[in-house]
Structure formats: C-alpha cells, structure tokens
Design a binder for this molecule. Structure first.
Ligand SMILES: NC(=O)c1ccc[n+]([C@@H]2O[C@H](COP(=O)([O-])OP(=O)(O)OC[C@H]3O[C@@H](n4cnc5c(N)ncnc54)[C@H](OP(=O)(O)O)[C@@H]3O)[C@@H](O)[C@H]2O)c1
Length: 263
C-alpha cells in the first residue's frame, strides 16, 4: 500500500508503541486518527504528527465502549475512509492467576480482547464494503508463548492471535488484509503500571527494544502486508522456540527466569 495520503487509525496512541506508530506513519506521509482516554497526551502526539504536514486528529475513546469506537470509526469514514486500522490499546496486570482480583481480570479482557474486537468490527465492516484495507491487531509474543504470572495477559493475547488467524481466513479474497503484530519486550509505559513484586523476575532487568522499532515494523507491514509481524530478535527467538518445541520452552523458561531473579 502507498502510505502517502493514506488514512491510519490507531488505538492506544497516547503513549508507547501507539505514540511511536502514529509518528512513524505521519513521517511516511499518512494522515493519522488517534484514540485513547488521555486527551491531553493524544493532542500532543497529534500536534507532533501535524508537523510532518499530514492531518492528525485526536479522539477521546475508551475501547471498552463499543459505541464510542463505532462513532470514532464513522468520523474517520466521513473523512474519506480508513486504509489501515491498528488495534493497539492494551493493559497488562500480572500475578498468580488464582489470586488476581476479578476487577483486574475483567478490565484486562475488556481492553485487550473486547477493545480489539470493537476496533476490528468498526473499521473492518466499511473496509469489506470498499474491498480494501488493512486490519492490524496488536498482541504480543505472549500470544504464542506462556509465562507463569502472565496467565491472564497471555490468555488475552492468545485470544487476539486466534481471532486474527480466523478473521484472515474469513476475509480472504475480499481485499481486506489482516496483519497480526506480535511485539516482544518493548520500552513503554505499560511496565510503569506493574506491581514488580508480583513478577517472577525483575522486569527492570529485562532487555527491551525502543517502541520506534515496533512502529517501523508496522509501517513496513502496512506497505507490504503479511500474516504475522515479529518486531525484535528476542521476541523472534521466543516465538520460534515455542512454535517448534512448546513443551521444552514451558519447562525451561520458568527455570531460566528463576535463575535470573536470584542473580
Ligand atoms: N511494551 C511491551 O513490552 C509490549 C510487549 C508486547 C505487546 N505489547 C502490547 O502493545 C500494546 C501497546 O502497549 P505499550 O507497551 O505501548 O503500553 P502503553 O505505553 O501503556 O500504551 C498503552 C496504550 O493503550 C491505551 N489504553 C489503555 N486502556 C485503554 C482503554 N480502555 N481505551 C483506550 N485506550 C486505552 C493507553 O492510553 P490511555 O491510558 O490514554 O487510554 C495507551 O495509549 C498493548 O496492546 C500491549 O499489550 C507491549
């Protein structure tokens, strides 16, 4: 897809991967339509995007609210239609699954699963009518791999991967592509919200790539769509190790994490 003049909608664009992705598409010449809850942060990102000579709009949207997502999508449609819709908004709460508070579990699935579904439906329906467009749900390498104390998060991301794979088959031949994005450990604010004491290893020690690296991978994938997009070496290693030897990874990874914690 040619990105100059294309319209790109991004959820969770007020920080981290979404913010970097908005800037990367704006630099590539695309108009960007940004959604999240923190309006002031979104406005600041939109302002930076406009500096690249493109249109950029900020929309206060909670992706848990399907009607709000639909209204936002209708606004973008009114501007000429959305070419790429990126369902990126997400939260991460960790801890032993059996002990996690119900409100944390619900919130996590409402954002990470229902928020993605709302976005795919709201933007995917008009794309299917037009016979073109790219839907880009963002999950994680933890949509394939499993980690102790990440069970709720992994479950929500595995759901996104399964939906993306099935939707790709449903939409085959319609002109609408489904590109599933699986970031690995990435610098962002998501880690700031975590209670580190609940973790099996100190995430402060985890190696993370800049959010701009994930953003660049998404821009490349919008230009040349493919089924799955891995964004960094560590993520690629975990993805392929889990695909090829899942039982081995399930056995070895928690031990490796425990060793790391003791160091
Ligand atoms: N960072 C990593 O290591 C990593 C690895 C793999 C996958 N991911 C995934 O990448 C995506 C982006 O995360 P990030 O790392 O960039 O974290 P982040 O900096 O915390 O960004 C999360 C974004 O989601 C938005 N958001 C959260 N709840 C929302 C809601 N109810 N409605 C609308 N927007 C909401 C936040 O905006 P507001 O608070 O303003 O609403 C923010 O813009 C997530 O899906 C995450 O699971 C991250």
């Amino acid at each position: 897809m040619e990105l100059t003049g294309a319209r790109v909608a991004i959820t969770g664009a007020s920080s981290g991967i979404g913010e970097s992705t908005a800037l990367a598409f704006a630099r590539a010449g695309a108009h960007v339509h940004l959604a999240a809850r923190r309006t002031d942060r979104l406005e600041a990102v939109a302002e930076q995007c406009r500096a690249h000579g493109v249109e950029a709009t900020a929309h206060t949207v909670d992706v848990r609210d399907g009607d709000a997502v639909t209204s936002w999508a209708a606004e973008v449609e009114g501007l000429g239609g959305c070419d790429v819709a990126i369902a990126n908004a997400g939260v991460m709460w960790l801890g032993p699954l059996l002990d996690m508070p119900t409100d944390e579990l619900r919130h996590q699935y409402d954002v990470n699963v229902h928020g993605v579904l709302h976005t795919l439906q709201a933007f995917g329906r008009p794309m299917r009518e037009r016979g073109r467009g790219v839907l880009m749900p963002v999950s994680s390498v933890l949509s394939v791999a499993n980690l102790p104390r990440y069970a709720a998060y992994c479950g929500s991301k595995h759901a996104v991967r399964a939906m993306a794979a099935s939707l790709r088959i449903e939409l085959a031949g319609t002109g609408v592509e489904v590109v599933h994005v699986l970031p690995g450990a990435t610098e962002s604010e998501i880690h700031a919200h975590m209670d580190v004491s609940r973790l099996p290893l100190s995430t402060r020690e985890a190696k993370r790539v800049p959010a701009s690296q994930v953003a660049a991978a998404m821009v490349r994938a919008a230009r040349r769509p493919k089924a799955e997009v891995l964004c960094d070496g560590q993520g690629r290693l975990l993805y392929w190790a889990t695909r090829l030897a899942p039982a081995l990874v399930d056995a070895v990874l928690p031990k490796a994490m425990a060793l790391r914690r003791r160091r």
